[in-house]
Design a protein around this ligand. Structure first.
Ligand SMILES: [Zn+2]
Length: 404
């Protein structure tokens, strides 16, 4: 057995999800230069990190071929990450997969598991991407990082920067919660209050890259979804590589669920699993551009035509910037996109608390709400399901996220 040196990178290059062109990482390209963004940020040339999976598989194993996955954070899967070594950042990942039998109730599911991402350092899955962003920023000598966020991503970035002694710049949309902004100030972040919604704030944060600030905008910076991917890798490992039938997850910019799909494709590629889970993405009824695109309707019509809003702040995204990444994954795994109302999310939020003891924020209850909707449409008898509970801030009233 040829033992690969850990110094040899398993990652090879970057591939545009839109046109398929390959780019060398050293070219320092951010979005594909051949795919113009134009007026539609939903279809930018987002890049995807490529790996040599034979090499990655060997690096994950010891000399006897057994997996050596000792660490309990995202760096456990180092050969599948776009960083050269673990950095001394807050420990993201390593969250529990909790079986919740009382949530199965009268359904015929075999089992329902909650991937409890509220147990990350800043109580959100976002920390997985932040860990990679901060590590790469340190590797490249950046002192400043920037992101656009309604709350969780910015709070995550601010927390990691506070710990590492770096400067976090948070561009927050005009409707961001006052409580979350107070926490951003408490964590020492430079707060840049946008006069626009999330879509406008995102654009402002992108332009701030000209300052030399490292981008923690997960949808465009190609390296950050690799951090989120570890959520999927953990789910598989925690189920002893027995792939679940369904994974349900809220969808905003579409990075999280798409990255979980990539994780399961990689595991299959490395021969650790034999099939893919069906991914079920859940959007809010008031803002469901991806559902519209999935069903072939005009996404702009949904954003501008219906009531066009949701109290679930983290998925209030009119122009999902990683749409193509998720749509590709859904096609590969025969997945689906659903939309649930805010009231259905609020019911699921209470259900998670009362029947599983998990404090989820409104957005993060969308997965369970979507599962309930799916169960009314089709039989889920005997299915093993994982619902990703993406975050659990305690600073918002039950059933609310946006403070008027
Ligand atoms: Zn391209």
């Amino acid at each position: 057995v040829l033992e690969a040196s850990p110094k040899v990178r398993a990652r090879t290059d970057l591939r545009c999800l839109r046109c398929g062109r390959h780019y060398d990482e050293s070219a320092a390209i951010y979005l594909c230069p051949s795919c113009t963004v134009g007026d539609d940020p939903s279809d930018a040339g987002v890049l995807d990190v490529q790996y040599d999976y034979d090499l990655a598989r060997r690096q994950l194993a010891d000399q006897a071929g057994e997996l050596r996955l000792e660490r309990n954070d995202v760096f456990r899967y180092l050969p599948l990450l776009p960083v050269d070594a673990p950095a001394p950042v807050l420990p993201a990942g390593g969250t529990p997969l909790v079986e919740a039998p009382r949530l199965v109730g009268s359904t015929n599911l075999e089992a329902l598991f909650l991937k409890d991402e509220t147990r990350n350092p800043s109580r959100a899955l976002k920390d997985r991407a932040t860990a990679i962003a901060v590590t790469r920023a340190l590797e490249q000598g950046h002192n400043d990082l920037v992101c656009a966020s309604a709350g969780n991503a910015a709070i995550s970035l601010a927390a990691f920067c506070a710990h590492a002694g770096l400067r976090a710049h948070a561009v927050v949309p005009h409707d961001a919660s006052e409580v979350r902004m107070q926490w951003l100030r408490a964590l020492g972040a430079d707060l840049i209050r946008s006069e626009f919604d999330y879509d406008g704030a995102y654009q402002q944060a992108e332009e701030a890259r000209d300052e030399g600030w490292y981008s923690r905008n997960c949808a465009f910076n190609p390296f950050l979804v690799e951090g989120k991917k570890t959520c999927g890798l953990e789910i598989a490992q925690q189920l002893n590589w027995r792939v679940p039938d369904l994974i349900v997850c809220p969808v905003g910019d579409a990075c999280t669920l798409a990255s979980i799909g990539k994780a399961f494709r990689e595991l299959r590629e490395m021969g650790l699993t034999g099939r893919l889970p069906r991914l079920i993405g859940v959007q809010a009824a008031g803002v469901q551009p991806l559902v519209a695109r999935y069903l072939g309707r005009d996404p702009a019509a949904v954003k501008n035509g219906s009531q066009g809003t949701t109290r679930a702040a983290s998925i209030n995204v009119g122009h999902p910037r990683n749409a193509r990444r998720l749509l590709n994954e859904l096609e590969t795994c025969d997945g689906e996109l659903l939309a649930v109302t805010d009231d259905q999310m609020a019911v699921a939020q209470l259900e998670l608390a009362r029947s599983a003891g998990v404090v989820a924020e409104l957005t993060s209850a969308a997965g369970l709400a979507g599962l309930r909707m799916l169960a009314q449409r089709e039989s889920l008898a005997g299915a093993r399901v994982v619902a990703v509970v993406t975050g659990g801030r305690l600073d918002q009233p039950i059933g609310e996220e946006v403070t008027p």
